[in-house]
Write a protein that binds this ligand. Structure first.
Ligand code: COS
Length: 381
């Protein structure tokens, strides 16, 4: 692996995450995957280790670190389980809108609870008929005095059903399209908030994915994030910061599957020798290692640029997600191939990596949307 010249603090943090992933996540990943259950026991350990506080500023009880450290943590956790890692990554996604556009009062009220892991967050943008075309959302927020009344639903919400608060985008002025949307912090105990259908998924099965429903849901005006009409912008700025997190998840999944395949190739004897001595396998390993390192290099540099405050990071953020997720799908598929028949069996962990990888090409914007975002940015200049 290439040296990325991490600071001593970054190395110590990475090693701590690696140790917790090995000791706490690995023993339970197969069970949560099989049963589709949320890993509350592990989340408690993550909270105690400060994993929910990475991007929260120190004044609100966080570590005050950046997208780079969030990526390192997500990569390490995803090397062991791409589903369990999402409990932290999705809470960061739900926290970003507050960090980006929240008022001082909102930050004081919500960030300390989210940083400590006492509360989990989630992000609500997608609707049944508004996926890639996020601007066509229908969930309505009507102002009535000092409250907004929300009606509608959001689907495929990661941490849905387990989060205590949701940052939600809803329409405040239907005549203005995406420019008529606003962002809100909705607590799970607000009247009219309900959790709907829990999804039964192909992969990331230790992650909770639910519909959330607003049925005359009362949200105080002081819980609006940013001005009326800024909801879509808050969402886009959030995705600019969170897509490297998906890249990190994909990268971890790819690395985890590669490590298993390499180990297997060195130990599996066929034709009297380890299969790693066969050029057919060697070339696969070489291609896998090269694509993983490319994805890591792009992700780390993208994250560093975002943390350095570079403007217009939509393209580099999308590039990191696009490359790493395509790499994850290819590498995990090849890892299963190297394991042969054993790779297809649930007794071995490698098929889970392949199932977990697929979602990274789909969520936080399909890879077709990432290409659209990149193309628009490079053409506009
Ligand atoms: N930062 C700041 N502003 C942005 C922005 C960004 N990254 N991306 C878009 N905007 C602004 C545009 O500049 C535009 O502003 P004006 O109205 O002033 O011109 C406005 O937002 C609308 O943008 P655009 O015209 O590009 O909207 P479109 O509906 O054509 O498409 C895409 C926007 C496709 C990029 C958006 O809908 C998208 O990201 N879709 C995927 C959603 C997604 O990732 N869902 C995953 C689930 S959430 S985990």
């Amino acid at each position: 692996m290439m040296d990325y010249f991490l600071t001593e603090d970054q190395k110590a943090f990475r090693d701590l995450v690696r140790q917790i992933a090995e000791e706490t996540v690995k023993p339970v990943r197969a069970k949560h995957d099989r049963e589709g259950t949320f890993p509350w026991d592990v989340v408690k350990v993550f909270a105690d280790a400060g994993f929910f506080s990475v991007v929260v500023p120190e004044e609100y009880g966080g570590m005050g670190l950046g997208v780079f450290e969030l990526a390192i943590m997500t990569e390490e956790l995803s090397k062991v389980c791409g589903g369990i890692s999402l409990s932290v990554a999705a809470s960061a996604l739900g926290t970003f809108p507050i960090l980006i556009s929240g008022t001082e009062a909102q930050k004081k009220k919500y960030l300390p609870k989210l940083a400590s892991g006492e509360w989990l967050a989630a992000f609500g943008l997608t609707e049944p008929a508004a996926g890639s075309d996020a601007g066509s959302m229908k969930t309505r927020a009507e102002r009535k005095g000092d409250e907004y009344i929300l009606n509608g639903s959001k689907v495929f919400i990661t941490n849905g059903g387990v989060a205590n608060c949701y940052t939600v985008i809803a329409v405040t002025d239907p005549s203005k399209g995406a420019r008529g949307t606003s962002a809100f912090i909705v607590e799970k105990d607000f009247p009219g908030f309900k959790v709907g259908k829990e999804e039964d998924k192909m992969g990331i099965r230790a992650s909770s994915t639910n519909e959330i429903i607003f049925d005359d849901c009362h949200v105080p005006v002081e819980n609006r994030i940013g001005n009326e009409g800024e909801g879509f912008l808050v969402a886009m700025k959030t995705l600019d910061k969170s897509r490297p997190g998906v890249a990190a998840q994909a990268l971890g999944i790819a690395q985890g599957a590669f490590d298993l395949a390499l180990d297997y190739a060195k130990n599996r004897i066929q034709f009297g020798h380890p299969i790693a001595s066969l050029q057919a396998i060697q070339f696969m390993l070489a291609d896998m290692a090269t694509s993983i390192e490319s994805a890591r290099a792009l992700l780390y540099m993208a994250a560093k640029n975002i943390d350095a405050g570079l403007k217009n990071v939509g393209d580099i953020s999308a590039m990191s997600k696009l490359l790493a997720s395509d790499v994850a799908m290819k590498v995990t598929t090849d890892a299963v191939q190297i394991f042969g028949g054993y790779g297809y069996m649930r007794d071995y962990p490698v098929e889970k990596f392949m199932r977990d990888a697929k979602i990274t090409q789909i969520y936080e914007g399909t890879n077709q949307i990432q290409r659209m975002v990149i193309a628009r940015n490079i053409i506009r200049g």
